[in-house]
Design a protein around this ligand. Structure first.
Ligand code: GDP
Ligand code: MN
Length: 385
């Protein structure tokens, strides 16, 4: 689960990471109240789950009440790369001497946490990683030893942090690791970590990803879920208990079993198509689950054709066929379906489909054949909406 900047900063503050004083606002009036309470100048910051808000005009310094009103009014409702701004965070303006970058991220390949620090913060860290990888100091944290002060000092030394702020930056890194570990985050990122004119340090931005699987241990954090920032189909699928991931393409995919769905995505791509989603209906799916899954897939307006790839084991192909027939009765899809049913009760399933005479549903015997067919159909179909 990704947190908004202000939620991340509040989480940081609980662990002693220094952050500027600030307050939340959802209207211009609230923004002015918060700004008056802080005292000018303030920074008005759009709260959307996407980086690069600064460049998009979603972060503005206000020197007085009039400017705060103008900026809050302009930023609320603004579209930042497809997300509409509905919330603001107003905070005391900081005088910035340097902008650094710091993060702790779960590194699956190394089975450990990766700590990173760079004095080239503020800008796009991916660009720094590409153009000047040596500018990012890195080390892996042994989970039993934890992140110790000597680790922090080594990172500071490797990154070339100014000597007079090593102590402050190290202390911030220690608190940040504590937040990362105790809140069971997958990522905490501070960009920029600022050195102020008075040489104190603070986290000026916060990106936090919490481990969804650990949320049950953190009741307060679980309440932070921000549905408006999440993808519409993914929210719908989560509510229905389906394993669904939205992708960029136009071919809806449904399979039973994560491994089968992954290979289906590959085969569709190999046939020249582009999958719109990953959807694992799971083993043993009943008709209702299939109907529910079809609704999720078709609620994505980009979908031009759908591929069902079912390899029946515990899943019974006749249940899948019944689910698809029920989905047609309920939502009358206008896009073509290609169905490959193989395994337990496949004959029964195919017989049910033949009998139902669903419009524009094609059965195929093999995975490769089904992929080729769905790619061909998608190429000659308009999207459903
Ligand atoms: P992002 O663009 O979404 O990553 O948002 P950030 O919170 O990182 O802000 C982007 C940039 O705005 C920072 O790198 C700063 O240069 C600038 N900025 C943000 N807050 C302040 C502030 O209080 N004072 C000043 N002078 N600049 C700020
Ligand atoms: Mn940033």
């Amino acid at each position: 689960m990704d947190l908004l900047e202000y939620q991340g900063k509040q989480l940081f503050a609980r662990h002693g990471v220094p952050v500027p004083r600030g307050g939340y606002a959802a209207t211009v009036d609230e923004a002015l109240d918060v700004a008056d309470g802080i005292g000018y100048p303030v920074v008005v910051k759009a709260q959307v789950q996407i980086g690069g808000r600064g460049k998009a005009g979603g972060i503005k310094v206000a020197r007085n009440r009039d400017e705060a009103g103008v900026h809050a009014d302009a930023i609320l409702g603004m579209d930042i790369r497809g997300l509409t701004v509905r919330e603001l965070w107003i905070e005391e303006a900081s005088d910035i001497a340097s902008e650094y970058y710091a993060s702790f991220v779960f590194d699956r390949a190394a089975k450990a946490t990766l700590a990173m620090l760079s004095t080239k913060g503020g800008m796009d860290i991916e660009a720094v990683a590409e153009e000047d990888p040596a500018a990012i100091a890195r080390l892996h944290v042994d989970p039993l030893l934890g992140f110790q002060d000597f680790h922090a000092r080594r990172l500071c030394f490797d990154a070339g942090v100014d000597a007079d702020v090593v102590r402050g930056v190290s202390a911030l890194l220690g608190r940040l690791y504590e937040a990362y570990e105790q809140e069971e985050a997958m990522l905490v990122e501070v960009n920029p970590l600022i050195i102020k004119d008075d040489r104190s340090v603070a986290a000026l931005d916060a990106k936090v990803t919490l481990d969804d699987n650990a949320l049950f241990r953190h009741g307060d954090n679980a309440e932070l879920r921000n549905v408006s920032g999440e993808d519409e189909q993914e929210v719908m699928a989560k509510e229905r208990g389906l394993t669904y991931v939205k992708l960029d393409g136009d071919i809806g995919i449904l399979g039973n079993g994560a491994g089968l769905v992954m290979s289906t995505l590959d085969v569709v791509a190999q046939a020249g198509g582009s999958p719109a989603n990953f959807l694992d209906a799971g083993g043993g799916s009943k008709a209702e689950a299939i109907t529910s899954a079809v609704e999720v897939i078709l609620s994505d307006p980009k979908v031009k054709a759908v591929l069902f790839n079912i390899f029946g084991g515990i899943t019974r192909c006749d249940e899948v066929a019944k689910g698809l027939i029920a989905a047609f009765a309920e939502i009358r899809p206008t896009v073509p379906f290609v169905v490959r049913l193989d395994g337990t009760n496949d004959k029964e399933g195919r017989a049910l489909l033949a009998e139902a005479q669903l419009p524009n549903v094609h059965t195929e015997a093999t995975m490769d054949g089904a992929a080729a067919k769905v790619v061909e159909l998608a190429a000659s179909t308009e999207a459903s909406r």
